[in-house]
Design a protein around this ligand. Structure first.
Ligand code: FBP
Length: 550
């Protein structure tokens, strides 16, 4: 039985992603720029990465002293949360390898880094690649969140790379996975392995960016998918005129997704975690701000509105953040004791008993479901905040406050709320033209870096607010982006997460407009992602990138 595909899917299989000029042919070379050292913690990073520290920035250029063309074997793995465009990175890598030399081979490691460690892989061929071109999701080879940490993990990777005789392996992941790529590259260099490791900046969260990485792939599509839905909700709010919609948006730490959706739709309230943190705002003060807007809108006869809240908010509220840090230290110190407990309630009581007086109070004020989530860490030590229902918590607290004000005769506001969480809905959407082109370029550039024998690099594409003719691809040494953070109570090298910069152009634009958006109905309706039609509709970058670059 043939598998039915949608008409759009069929057309997208045929879409030819745009590439930077230098990557359109096979005669490419690499040129080296300045040697990269991280902003801070340089000495510590140098000690940890003696073999890969201090490498130079790389730009891929047309012609020149071309990179070698002898046949090579390359592996690829998808790591962490899904992000639209992952399949195009693999397709770009595959096409570039095959165009350079048809004898080149590409292997996909299955279900994330665990596939490398266990030696589970599939050889990728035309049929697999062609049926995944320009599609969303990571279903081609699947993903996983395992982390390559111990000496045994590292030597298992080497063993499996050697068995396949791999010249290179491309790790498609976020900040943690690219850090992992650096650790693996360093290990392989130290033991004299020929396998080069190249990272690719992926995450819908948009927080893997810096001077050399303009945006992580997937951010554009995910935000546009959520923004379509938020725009629809704004229209519903002004049609039914009886609900406040509280929408939580994915993004583990940074508020980039929420801010971008705010730019796209102009909701009445957009909470930005980084601002909350900078101002030491408490949960009570956040509730007061929301109530103030609700009351003022009610005075204009508008008992409806839309609020956006970033998933990462709890970790940025000063009193909750301190409590999470205390819990992380306890989880590190008392790992064995906690592992021996089977009941969640027992764990909650145990951890609670070890918290400071302040921490105890904050922890006790949270619903049991949130208390439980705060005891969980993923393999990279992160709290799985996508499981904390902050929007419901805010609805409850705001509802209570409005009741109090009503009882005191201070408002007539009617508050009926709907809650939403948009996260998983956007992570596997069909990539926008921007993400499809960007990802295909990243894959093609990764092939060049491997052919050039470079290791410990994250591939990059610059100039992306311009026409693809002007895009410039290359690589940035991962060690250049590292800093030292405390994870599970230990000093750990990590890629600096780019949080929303309160001095940056995007936030300033938001701050200048938010009061008007709060009280007036300035909603905008981006509609569904368009793949065909005028370029100003189909090829536009995110507003965040446009504001940052202009
Ligand atoms: P990555 O950092 O791996 O790209 O994942 C981002 C993310 O989508 C976050 O926004 C979210 O908090 C998390 O993954 C959800 O994790 P999971 O997929 O394990 O539920």
């Amino acid at each position: 039985m043939s598998k039915e595909i949608s008409p759009l899917q069929k057309l997208r299989y045929e879409y030819k992603p745009k590439l930077p000029k230098a990557l359109r042919g096979t005669n490419v070379s690499v040129s080296f720029g300045a040697a990269g050292t991280p902003d801070g913690d340089g000495e510590k990073i140098k000690e940890l990465f003696p073999n890969t520290f201090g490498q130079k920035l790389v730009t891929i250029t047309e012609g020149g002293d071309a990179v070698p063309n002898s046949p090579i074997k390359v592996g690829v793995v998808l790591s962490g949360g899904q992000a639209p465009g992952g399949h195009n990175v693999i397709a770009g890598l595959y096409d570039a390898l095959k165009n350079a030399n048809p004898a080149n081979k590409l292997y996909g490691f299955l279900k994330g880094p665990a596939g490398i460690m266990k030696g589970n892989y599939v050889e990728l061929d035309d049929e697999i690649i062609d049926s995944h071109r320009n599609t969303g999701g990571f279903s081609m080879i699947m993903s996983g969140r395992d982390k390559i940490t111990t000496d045994e993990d590292l030597s298992n990777c080497k063993k499996n790379f050697d068995a396949l005789d791999l010249d290179g392996c491309v790790i498609i992941g976020g900040d943690d996975s690219n850090t992992n790529a650096a650790v693996l590259a360093e290990y392989l260099r130290a033991v004299g392995s020929k396998t080069c490791i190249i990272g690719v900046p992926k995450t819908i969260d948009g927080d893997m960016k810096n001077e050399y990485i303009e945006t992580s792939f997937g951010f554009d599509t995910a935000c546009k998918t959520y923004s379509e839905l938020i725009g629809n909700i704004c229209r519903d709010a002004t049609s039914a005129v009886k609900y406040w919609h509280f929408v939580r948006l994915m993004g583990r730490a940074a508020s980039h997704v929420t801010l971008e959706c705010g730019f796209q739709t102009h909701p009445n309230i957009t909470l930005v975690s980084e601002e909350v943190s900078a101002k030491n705002t408490t949960l009570g003060e956040i509730v007061d701000y929301i109530v103030d807007v609700i009351v003022k809108r009610a005075e204009q006869g508008k008992n409806y509105g839309v609020l956006l809240v970033p998933e990462g908010l709890p970790e940025f509220i000063s009193d909750i953040k301190t409590t999470i840090d205390e819990i992380s230290a306890i989880l590190g110190d008392k790992e064995k004791e906690l592992a021996a407990m089977s009941e969640t309630a027992e764990k909650i009581a145990f951890v609670s008993g070890l918290l400071s007086e302040g921490g105890k109070k904050v922890y006790a004020s949270l619903p049991a479901s949130a208390q439980q989530v705060l005891l969980t860490r993923d393999s990279h030590g992160n709290v799985p905040l996508s499981q904390v229902e902050t929007e419901r918590l805010l609805i409850d607290l705001v509802g209570n406050k409005i009741k109090q004000l009503k009882a005191q005769g201070k408002t007539n506001a009617k508050f009926a709320a709907q809650n939403h969480f948009f996260g998983y809905e956007g992570r596997c959407a069909m990539p926008t033209n921007f993400d499809a082109d960007y990802c295909y370029s990243l894959g093609a550039a990764a092939a060049v870096l491997v052919r050039a024998g470079l290791t410990g690099y994250t591939v990059n594409v610059l100039n992306m607010t311009k026409d693809s003719d002007e895009w410039v691809a290359g690589g940035v040494p991962v060690t250049m982006m590292l800093c030292i953070e405390t994870r599970k109570g230990k000093d750990t090298p990590v890629i600096k997460k780019a949080l929303v910069d309160l001095e940056g152009k995007p936030f300033k634009y938001f701050a200048a407009n938010r009061d008007e958006w709060a009280l007036n109905d300035c909603y905008t309706f981006p509609g569904a992602i368009q793949y065909y039609g005028p370029s100003e509709v189909c090829d536009i970058t995110s507003k965040t990138l446009a504001l940052e670059k202009n």
